[in-house]
Write a protein that binds this ligand. Structure first.
Ligand code: NAP
Length: 293
């Protein structure tokens, strides 16, 4: 039962029973003594078009949006901020009331800045003049690409299983296509392009539970020691790819760092308060196990 005296935010998605976000946000609210609560609101795909309209009329402060609705939700919102519009993906919604007491919804995307904040905190501060290899070309890859382009990275090689998806992604970043190279995801291409790069980002689910023994990086090769390896997979927080990076003395960053940074940015958008970063980070690692990387 929801306590109606509290301010409510929550997560819209499907399935979301294993989400870390409630633990992360509720820890932050409790630490700051806020009378707020974060709830999971699962919506099954067959009910999305109907239920989303109802959710947007509720007396709540906002929502996070996750798979599979980051794109689908756009057409139901009143306004969309520029990053979310450019990417065609919303992961945070605010709900405000106008003078007639109607709800006004606004969509944001904090994945992009969450990725960049985690990357900079992880030690790769200056992107200008650098080269990146991005594995995958789906929704998460688009947030990564947009972030790296905004940080003036010099070149990005996208390696994807389905070359058509990658070409479509390249087209969507019209104006920056000279920075983007598209290649098929093969062992040769990963090894060759990574040997010339400063940053390797895995945006595929390879290495996630229930297959933690898989990795995009081949077993019998070392990663370059000067590279930064960022794995967007956050369960487990220490993936096989990150272990391979650590063994090669590369700098490594877990997807859990991006997850908690995007959450902290959502928290700030809803509350207008500085997020308690360490509390949120600890709550994430406590929920998913693992250690800081
Ligand atoms: P998505 O839109 O479905 O894209 C998945 C991408 O992975 C596609 O490029 C797909 O290639 C590729 N892929 C999937 N399985 C593959 C396989 N077995 N071999 C090779 N390539 C494969 O999914 P998404 O939303 O981008 O999410 C991708 C991952 O990022 C998930 O694990 C998600 O949990 C994680 N993520 C993390 C954060 C964070 O905060 N840390 C945020 C968002 C997402 P094809 O085009 O060839 O199918």
């Amino acid at each position: 039962m929801i306590d109606t005296s509290k301010k409510i935010v929550g997560l819209l998605g499907w399935p979301i029973e294993h989400s870390i976000s409630p633990a992360m946000h509720n820890a932050a609210f409790e630490t700051l003594g806020l009378n707020w609560r974060y709830h999971p609101f699962p919506i099954s795909p067959d009910r999305f078009d109907k239920d989303i309209r109802t959710f947007l009329t509720l007396d709540v402060q906002g929502f996070n949006v996750t798979i599979p609705y980051k794109k689908a939700v756009l057409k139901f919102l009143d306004t969309i901020e520029p990053t979310a519009k450019k990417l065609g993906a919303v992961n945070t919604i605010t709900i405000n009331q106008n003078q007639e007491s109607d709800n006004i919804s606004c969509g944001y995307n904090t994945d992009v800045q969450g990725f960049i904040n985690a990357l900079k905190e992880g030690g790769l501060v200056e992107m200008s003049g650098k080269k990146a290899v991005v594995i995958g070309a789906g929704g998460a890859a688009r947030a990564v690409l947009y972030g790296l382009i905004c940080e003036a990275i010099s070149k990005i090689t996208i390696l994807n299983r389905n070359i058509k998806t990658a070409l479509q992604t390249q087209e969507d970043f019209e104006g920056f296509s000279s920075k983007l190279e598209i290649l098929p995801l093969t062992q040769n291409n990963i090894i060759k392009r990574t040997s010339e790069a400063d940053l390797l980002v895995n945006t595929t689910p390879i290495g996630a539970l229930p297959k933690p023994d898989s990795s995009i990086w081949p077993d019998d090769f070392s990663l370059p020691p000067n590279i930064t390896v960022f794995d967007l997979v956050y369960n487990p927080p220490m993936t096989k790819l990150l272990k391979q990076g650590e063994a090669s003395r590369a700098r490594i960053i877990s997807g859990l760092e991006m997850l908690f940074h995007q959450g902290a940015l959502s928290f700030q958008i809803w509350t207008n308060l500085q997020a308690p970063l360490e509390v949120m980070r600890q709550a994430c690692y406590k929920k998913n196990g693992g250690r800081y990387v």
